[in-house]
Design a protein around this ligand. Structure first.
Ligand SMILES: Nc1nc2c(ncn2[C@@H]2O[C@H](COP(=O)(O)OP(=O)(O)OP(=O)(O)O)[C@@H](O)[C@H]2O)c(=O)[nH]1
Length: 891
């Protein structure tokens, strides 16, 4: 450690000039000749202290006590001039009055109401050295920093000049930096600086402020201890904020001035608002700034490591759960090429990515976990009370292969004849008794539109009967039902129907089925093939016996004493009865008065009818019937469960309904990029808006599914609304709101009032009882919406033999018709060397000088073309006409 210090180093430390250092040193009796001259460390300290405080123990010998006075001048009424007045130096003995330190510092007091305050500022104020000296004089009296609350417009000049001066100086070094000594030897101010351990520039600014505030020291009575404040802010991360406290009386222009200066980047978390607030305002700004900072710290502490979120969660909700901003989430996904907005729902993979990226373990909770009433029921099933239950048998097969006739025969009733068009359009279920044992049959529609109904049938069933007409063999829907049957894992029995027909070929059926891996028992397989005739009743006994054998093998059991669990195989809204659910009981017994929940619907069983339409008190194991009492039409395929309390069923259904609604919403907003581009492209697609009303849920679903499938690149059906129930006035209102919307009623009819409203509103209502008719009508409507196809038909060909240019008219091609005929106004292509050079219209066709309509093969003619004269001898002219053709959606 060197104990020699150069003059300029002292000047730097004291914020002074070498000349002043030398002068001061001289006053202290230390002779220094040049800026490069060195002094001992102790002398350096003494000089620095003397420069900065105006005090020195060595002065006792050389100075005499003095009272320093600053004159009070120019105290105008408007301009309250603040002077440094009669600053009495308490420690007279240690005070020195350097020659040039007698000066006036006149700074106007803040006069907000009268901003044109005139500052009378002695030039010497601009001299930093002198300013420093004046401070030196003030310092002993000052107990702390005075906060000047109000802005002083006229002080700007002073402040600005000082700032510039300070900024132009090199960053100051503390003595300890220079000498490596400890705090004990440093002056009071130096100790403050050292304790702060801040960037050099920051210290410089603080020093500057100190000077400035020192000038204002006597302005106001409000005081703040400098050291305390420096310490306070130096200990904070936000050192700049600390400075702001000192700069409170500065004007905004000062603020920007400072921030415009080149300086090290402030890495602290500087709030936007804190700058002007702290600089330009009262300590309120400071308080706000401090409070804000505290909040940030709290957030930092709450680092989230794991979150449990629902399945459907939007970007902003996820961000909130993870303590991030939506922008953070969007940024991460965007960087991976996924475009989302804050309202979009996040997919499973996106959640995984985000979790990994943020280091948060994300657990997706099933929103329905707490209301999974089915699972809870299954968990509580008591096997100790199990008894044998009747089998549920589903009949499936291709359309018109005789399913309903077969079931009808089994029940010995004429159900098939009663159905519209003889086609099963919704599931029917019946219980029959064979040899004292019950068997419940479920009839499913064969039409392709009812695929989902077949799936549902397959889900509730124990045994599946595939009906194949022996004269027709395996057809499209037969193949489909084979898939359903296999997927259900149920035992399969094949009923080869219409065996009474001469054309019946059971071997063909067996062969075709064997190809589908359903090999007959007599062919070495495990599938029973039963030849039957729904017309004659032959083979039906055999079929029923086989069903019972299979049932026995399956050992079907359930608890008749339990609360009921059933499956809704069909649902509808009936006038005067309300929502009706057609169910099959799978476990327990359903009784009138039971509280029931069925997915999003709930209620109390008001009435039960059995499969014969008779009102009964209860439905037992595997029995089928209808239930009244639900608050809404339940979704087909859902489980209906009886519970103890009304509150329980209500809560479950309500929660599930809310979730379903949220999910529906999510569907409408969840649009991927591909979908988005699809939607944009869809702008070109013409849509036929429809409202579908049907008698039962199954039919509705089937119609909806089929209609949505009828689409091509140009046209499609848009289902505006679909519901079970009759056509109502609100349907008309809805239809009239959507241009061109038609109402399709299936097995429902509008009442007189509804019809009248439809007529008044110009809404078309079409009702059907056969699904094919409905689909055909819609196809026709869609076909009508499709643009006609333009077909070209060649009419003839001509060869250009000569050309004539007619002034102001154009070039005429002298031609010979070599094939067909050339028609005036027809289209033509000019072919030169095998390449089409023009396609357009024939504007003029003449034979000799006469205009003609057409010229046939073998004749010469003059042809002119629309806006085309570049005709050459040897060109061929191909003539054609365009024919508009209507297209069908089936094409
Ligand atoms: N000859 C003969 N005709 C039958 C037999 N079974 C059904 N049919 C006839 O076949 C036609 C269709 O019978 P349905 O019972 O309606 O056929 P389905 O399979 O129920 O038809 P969907 O319900 O539309 O799928 C009816 O005209 C019946 O009379 C049979 O065993 N022999």
């Amino acid at each position: 450690m060197s104990d020699k210090v150069r003059v300029f180093e002292i000047a730097e430390e004291a914020g002074s000039t070498s000349a002043e250092v030398m002068q001061k040193a001289k006053e202290l009796g230390i002779d220094l000749k040049t800026a490069q001259a060195t002094v001992t460390f102790e002398d350096a300290e003494e000089i620095t202290q003397y420069i900065m405080t105006g005090k020195s123990s060595r002065l006792k010998k050389v100075s005499t006590p003095k009272i320093v006075k600053a004159k009070k001048e120019n105290i105008a009424e408007d301009n309250i001039i603040e002077s440094i007045e009669e600053v009495e130096v308490e420690e007279i003995s240690s005070e020195v009055k350097p020659k040039e330190t007698v000066k006036k510092v006149e700074v106007k007091k803040p006069v907000i109401a009268k901003p044109n305050v005139k500052t009378q500022l002695n030039d010497s104020v601009l001299d930093e050295k002198e300013t420093q000296d004046s401070q030196n004089k003030i310092m002993p009296k000052r107990k702390g920093l005075v906060i000047i609350k109000k802005k002083r417009p006229n002080e700007e000049v002073v402040n600005e000049i000082k700032i510039e001066e300070t900024a132009n100086k090199k960053p100051l070094k503390s003595l300890s930096d220079i000498f490596g000594d400890d705090d004990n030897t440093a002056s009071t101010n130096e100790r403050q600086f050292k304790s702060q351990n801040q960037e050099e520039l920051n210290r410089q600014r603080i020093k500057k402020e100190k000077k400035k505030t020192a000038v204002k020291a006597q302005d106001h009575g409000k005081r703040l201890d400098v050291a305390r404040n420096y310490d306070e802010f130096s200990s904070s991360e936000d050192s700049l904020l600390g400075e702001e406290v000192v700069l409170l009386d500065m004007d905004l222009s000062d603020t920007y001035k400072i921030f415009d200066e080149p300086k090290p980047v402030n890495t602290t978390n500087h709030s936007r608002s804190s700058k002007p607030a702290a600089f330009g305002n009262t300590p309120v700004g400071l308080q706000r700034g401090k409070r804000k900072k505290r909040v940030i710290r709290v957030q930092e502490k709450l680092e989230i490591k794991e979150v449990t979120i629902p399945e459907d969660i939007r970007v902003y909700e996820f961000a909130e759960a993870c303590g991030k901003s939506p922008a953070d989430v969007i940024k991460v996904l965007f960087s991976l090429g996924m475009m989302v907005t804050k309202n979009d729902f996040l997919k499973q993979d996106e959640l995984e990515i985000l979790g990994e990226e943020f280091g948060i373990s994300v657990t997706v909770k099933d929103a329905l976990e707490d209301v999974n009433y089915e699972e809870n029921y299954d968990e509580e099933i008591d096997t100790s009370s199990f008894v044998i239950r009747p089998p549920v048998v589903t009949i499936m097969g291709h359309v018109d292969h005789g399913k309903t006739s077969l079931l009808d025969k089994i029940r010995s009733s004429k159900v098939a004849a009663g159905e519209a068009g003889g086609i099963t359009q919704h599931i029917s279920s019946y219980t029959v008794i064979k040899n004292g044992q019950k068997i419940t049959f479920v009839d499913t529609p064969g039409h392709e539109a009812f695929s989902s109904m077949r799936t549902r049938g397959a889900n509730v069933t124990d045994i599946i009967i595939i009906v194949v007409a022996a004269d027709d063999g395996v057809k499209t829907q037969t193949e489909e039902v084979i898939s359903h049957a296999k997927a259900s894992g149920c035992p399969i029995i094949v009923a080869m129907n219409k065996m009474d027909k001469e054309t019946a070929n059971p071997d063909m059926v067996k062969a075709q089925m064997a190809e589908k891996n359903l090999t007959p028992v007599d062919w070495g397989g495990d599938i029973e093939f039963i030849p039957v005739s729904a017309r004659t009743g032959d083979g039906i006994e055999d079929l029923l016996e086989n069903i019972l054998i299979q049932s026995e093998l399956l050992e079907l059991k359930a608890d008749p004493t339990a609360k009921a669990k059933a499956t809704v195989i069909e649902s509808s809204l009936e006038k005067g009865r309300g929502p009706v659910a057609n169910i099959i009981v799978q476990n327990g017994t359903l009784r009138v008065g039971d509280n029931i929940v069925c997915d999003t619907t709930f209620g109390r069983v008001k009435a039960i009818t059995n499969d014969m339409g008779e009102i009964v008190k209860e439905l037992g194991l595997s029995e089928t019937g209808t239930v009244l009492g639900l608050n809404e039409v339940p979704t087909t395929g859902s489980s209906l469960i009886a519970m103890d309390s009304e509150k329980e069923v209500r809560d479950i259904a309500t929660t599930r309904a809310e979730h379903a609604r949220a999910k529906e919403l999510s569907k409408s907003t969840k649009v991927s990029l591909e979908e988005m581009s699809g939607l944009i492209a869809e702008g070109k697609i013409k849509q036929l808006p429809v409202i579908i009303k049907a008698d039962v849920g199954g039919s509705l679903e089937a119609i909806k599914g089929s209609l949505e499938k009828i689409a091509n690149d140009e046209v499609k059906v848009k289902v505006v609304h679909s519901a079970v129930g009759g056509i109502t006035e609100s349907d008309i209102v809805l239809a009239s709101a959507s241009e061109g919307c038609i109402i399709l009623g299936f097995n429902v009819r509008p009442t007189g009032a509804v019809k009248a409203k439809a007529k008044a509103d110009g809404v078309e209502i079409n009702t059907y009882s056969i699904i094919y008719d409905l689909l055909d009508d819609v196809k026709d409507a869609l076909s009508g919406m499709m643009s006609a196809v333009i077909r070209e038909e060649n009419t003839g060909q001509a060869e250009v033999r000569d050309t004539f240019v007619v002034p102001k008219i154009g070039t005429v091609a002298g031609c010979l018709v070599t094939d067909g005929k050339v028609i005036r106004g027809g289209h033509a292509r000019i072919i030169r060397d095998g390449v089409v050079t023009y396609t357009g219209k024939i504007s003029s066709l003449k034979r000799f000088k006469d205009d003609v309509k057409e010229v046939v093969n073998g004749f010469e003619c003059g042809i002119m073309f629309e806006k085309f004269n570049d005709i050459k001898v040897g060109d061929y002219i191909e003539t054609f006409i365009q024919i508009e053709e209507k297209v069908s959606i089936d094409n």
